[in-house]
Design a protein around this ligand. Sequence first.
Ligand code: SF4
Length: 375
Amino acid sequence: MQVAPEPDRSLVLQLGAALLAWYRRSSRDLPWRRTRDPYAIWVSETMLQQTRVETVLPYYARFLRELPDVASLAEALEEQVLALWSGLGYYRRARMLHAAAKTVAGALGGRLPEEPEQLRRLEGIGAYTAGALASIAFGRRAALVDGNVTRVLSRLFALELDAKSAAGLAAVWAVADRLVAVVDGPPGDWNQALMELGATVCVPGEPRCGECPLSTQCEGRALGIAATLPRTSPKRKPRSVRRVALVVASAERVVLARRRRHGLFAGLWEPPAADGDDPEPLAAQLGIDGRALRSGGHVVHVLSHRRLEIDVSIATIGRRRRWGLPGPDYDGVEAVRLDELLSRPHAALARKILAAAGVAPLAKEARPGLPSKPK
Ligand code: SF4
């Protein structure tokens, strides 16, 4: 089995000098790189997990505007935190960030710990985020490994282990640990430079080796195998699941249901939906005559393990004021005003379903910080 290489000190110093000089010249100007505030860096690193920089930018600005420090996040209602996260996906991140902020504001006296091992004791902080916070916010010589770092290091050192396997991950972490311990320069910059190289030059598929500051030291390139690295076992195809969704609306309101606090989309609002291909049982639970339903199109939404194929049906609100709970996945149901819609926590999928049915939230609501904590 291939073991992690231990690059010698002079090679690491060369790599460090070349990559850090490139980073200072070419890195993108991003708002979280202009701050040393550990809280802001924590928020950005949490949002950036599994999510593109361009997507995160407006969410980051809005989140910090509404909840500028650990104390305000700790005091916020979960509904407000989820509303600020609506559309960003992986909502568990927001819940964990909120829980950890309460721990920091309470038991830790308002200060984030500085060492990776202490950071990892907080809710939702794994090895990556602990390394990012310790190195970027506190200047600790802590490594981090994400998809970009895995790709760069696998190519640079021609690591041919399956990068998703325990042995492959351990090898990448071992190399990352060795590099950050030796490199001459701020460890936070080094870690960010590795990620930046992976995001902009050593990209998935065909790397742009001609633009790379590490090309003369790159073993993967020298061996002609860079584009085939990192090795991973083939991804399983997401399982296809058929669902139905109901958009019950008038010109001013739309009926939304809130998911229970556990499982997929926990605590988020959406048009009522259920597995299957017959919308009538769902309509009956809500209290609507299934014969009044019209077709509202088809929506496809791909999650990490599932591909949701959703038939959307439409009905008119009429005079009804009370609605039955549309099944065991939900713990609330309400006819929500369209101008209030975006201030409710919701997933991007809810917007897709509403758009398929021709229901658009009104523009004046674009203040997802609401609702605020009651006085
Ligand atoms: Fe990646 Fe090419 Fe640079 Fe090697 S030389 S690190 S493969 S971009």
